[in-house]
Design a protein around this ligand. Structure first.
Ligand code: KIV
Ligand code: ZN
Length: 527
């Protein structure tokens, strides 16, 4: 096992370069989180931001999973400027061809093919022997290499695979031409100590391991994803696979912002660097959170609302005297600007446009007019309009563009101990539908009214509301997650009124349920 006392044995065998490549899989593994489906426009926007902030490899999707995924990977490939664009493929000929088709548009494309290697996956999922899987490794990597020069091979459930067999598979993948070897902790089972040892020993055992890049792909089931990835880097891995906000299935993947800021802040003990422009972290974190409608935990490292807030008197006093008393990195280094009072109701179009540009928004004419009108209405109702208000309002405007069903009117009556009634008028694909429904409370009445109006019964998985800023006149941010026909989607809406936000969030999720997406997408990874 690893110990600080047998140091020479722990060091990677070859001289490592100190650059760690960032492989972002927000658009693939991140999107696999239940309810995290993104539209094509959202994926394009996020991919552009990832490229712009210096991500080395963007895993843009799983092209065989659906036409939507194929289209997204193809379009992101066409638009990418610097990043390598990867498409995921099972070790199946049709998958690999489809991934190759999608990434061929990129200046630098990559096929990422994977197969399970652990005994439990071989027996219960694949029903194959070790020798059969070994043959699949060679065939799949060879096929991918015939399509493209840059091929990543992953051993799914590697951390529960006997190392001797993992080494044989890795050797076969390298011989067949893989250029990156990814060792995923698929089920989030590893600890930093055994992850270090696994990478260290594997790189020792496999011939030509110094000719390829080793990659860590960690899941956060035990809260150790980032620590495990960093341990792999210490053992010699030079690529880490991660997502913005740690988005991903179950407890998620290693969070990119945490990996990057840990490497930067603790360069004294981790002498590596990444190519990430860290001041772009805060913005992309918000964009991803808004796109998938997953709120960020307040105390989330780096990007949580409280990550840089110093509430206690002792801390505040220290901070005023010298920020380093309690601050190991500055808010500015991750792109957080101090909250500012933006504009009032007398602010004009020009100032509003400038503000949006500051935040990185480029809206088309119609969307800009709509957003400006909403800002004016908000400024009429709310004394102080803050940066957060503008961002929430514009994200809402972008998120609801193209909805087929819109809220036209809402009236809710609620009496203590008495009735709760909702009158609703919707625009359902160009047709006005109005009705009245009762419920056990006002929210229940709203949801019942919408279900009756659209004639569907999605299951409510989650409902929540939070405030965009402080104050009783704060805008409400409502989140709704719905399930129907084995699909889970999320919706979100921001409004000055909580109940209107609630109704629109429900409609936002329902509109997403209507957007066609191949049924293969949700279950395709269980081959
Ligand atoms: O967690 C995992 O094993 C994966 C592979 C597809 C790389 O996401
Ligand atoms: Zn994964």
């Amino acid at each position: 096992m690893t110990s600080q006392n047998n140091k020479p044995e722990q060091e990677p065998k070859s001289e490592p370069t100190d650059r760690v490549f960032i492989f972002d899989t927000t658009l693939r593994d991140g999107e696999q989180a239940p309810g995290a489906t993104m539209t094509l426009e959202e994926k394009l926007q996020i991919a552009e931001m990832l490229d712009d902030m210096g991500v080395d490899i963007i895993e843009a999707g799983f092209p065989i999973a659906s036409n939507g995924d194929f289209e997204a990977v193809s379009e992101i490939s066409r638009r990418s400027k610097n990043a390598v664009i990867a498409g995921l493929a099972r070790a199946i000929p049709a998958d690999i061809d489809r991934a190759g088709e999608a990434v061929k548009h990129a200046a630098r494309g990559r096929i990422h093919t994977f197969v399970s290697t652990s005994p439990i996956h071989l027996e219960f999922q694949m029903n194959k022997t070790q020798d059969e899987v070994l043959e699949i490794v060679t065939k799949s990597v060879t096929q991918a290499r015939n399509l493209i020069d840059d091929v990543e091979w992953s051993a799914m459930d590697a951390t529960r695979t006997p190392i001797e067999y993992l080494a044989r598979c890795t050797e076969a993948a390298i011989k067949a031409g893989a250029t990156t070897i990814n060792i995923p902790d698929t089920v989030g089972f590893a600890t930093p100590e055994d992850h270090f040892q696994l990478f260290h020993d594997l790189m020792e055992m496999v011939p030509d391991s110094d000719k390829v890049i080793f990659s860590a792909h960690t899941h956060n089931d035990l809260g150790m994803a980032v620590a495990n990835s960093l341990a792999a880097v210490r053992a010699g891995a030079r690529q880490v696979e991660c997502t913005i906000n740690g988005l991903g299935e179950r407890a998620g993947n290693a969070a990119m912002e945490e990996l990057v800021m840990a490497i930067r802040t603790r360069a004294d003990v981790m002498p590596y660097h990444t190519g990430i422009e860290t001041t772009k972290i805060s913005r992309i974190s918000k964009v991803v959170s808004a796109a998938v409608n997953f709120p960020i935990q307040y105390n989330k490292a780096i990007v949580g609302k409280n990550a840089f807030a110093h509430e206690s008197g002792i801390h505040q006093d220290g901070m005023l005297k010298n920020a380093e008393t309690y601050e190991i990195m500055t808010p500015e280094s991750v792109g957080i600007k101090s909250t500012s009072l933006v504009m009032g109701k007398h602010s004009g179009r020009h100032a509003f446009k400038e503000k949006l540009r500051d935040f990185g928004y480029e809206l088309g004419d119609n969307q800009f007019q709509e957003a400006f009108q909403r800002f004016k209405n908000l400024a009429d109702r709310k004394k102080n309009v803050y940066d957060e208000d503008i961002i929430a309002l514009v994200d809402d405007e972008i998120g609801s563009a193209g909805d087929n069903i819109k809220l036209l009117e809402l009236e809710v009556v609620s009496k203590t101990g008495g009735e709760h009634r909702c009158f609703i008028k919707l625009d359902v694909e160009g047709k006005e539908v109005s009705l009245i429904e009762e419920g056990s409370g006002s929210v229940d009445a709203i949801f019942r009214a919408i279900k009756a109006a659209v004639g569907a019964e999605p299951r409510l998985v989650l409902y929540g509301v939070d405030a965009v800023t402080g104050g009783t006149d704060a805008q409400a941010n409502a989140h709704v997650r719905l399930e129907m026909n084995d699909r889970i989607v999320s919706g979100r809406a921001t409004e000055p009124d909580t109940l209107v936000a609630t109704a629109r969030a429900y409609l936002s999720a329902y509109n997403r349920l209507l957007v066609e997406r191949g049924a293969a997408a949700q279950g395709a990874l269980s081959q």
